[in-house]
Design a protein around this ligand. Structure first.
Ligand SMILES: [Zn+2]
Length: 141
């Protein structure tokens, strides 16, 4: 995984796994470093690395979420995300590693040898700082 300067090419791509991912709220805790996967670049996944700050209600799903701080987020340094959007970076976590590998297996073959920064278009941020996966937008909230 790598972090690259923003300026991605948006290429809407189905997310095969995140919407059905089974991960509990308590899997994460304040202080953890996580990544929200956004797409593919140069043969690997990329995303936004963020720090878990505090529990926070995730409005789009009406479920417990986490408030995150994005050190490079500018105007939107803080967002609230659902636990299933998050993948641990801060420690070796078998559960998150399995999810990461599965995402790699599903997505990397779609962009073989492509050096462009591909944004798969999965996430948007609402005016009140709620990070929403496209699958949760379709749920009608
Ligand atoms: Zn984890």
């Amino acid at each position: 995984m790598s972090q690259l300067p923003p300026d991605p090419v948006v290429a809407l791509t189905p997310d095969p796994l995140t919407p059905d991912r089974d991960v509990t709220h308590s899997h994460f805790q304040a202080g953890d470093t996580v990544v929200v996967l956004k797409g593919v670049a140069g043969g690997e996944l990329w995303g936004d690395a963020m720090r878990v700050v505090a529990p926070s209600w995730h409005l789009p799903t009406d479920e417990d979420g986490w408030r995150l701080r994005d050190a490079t987020g500018g105007q939107q340094s803080y967002v609230t995300a659902h636990p299933r959007y998050l993948v641990h970076l801060s420690r070796r976590c078998p559960d998150c590693l399995i999810h990461l590998r599965a995402m790699e297996d599903a997505l990397l073959p779609k962009y073989p040898g492509d050096d462009a920064l591909i944004d798969c278009g999965w996430y948007t941020t609402t005016a009140v700082g709620q990070l929403v996966h496209v699958a949760d937008v379709r749920a009608g909230r």
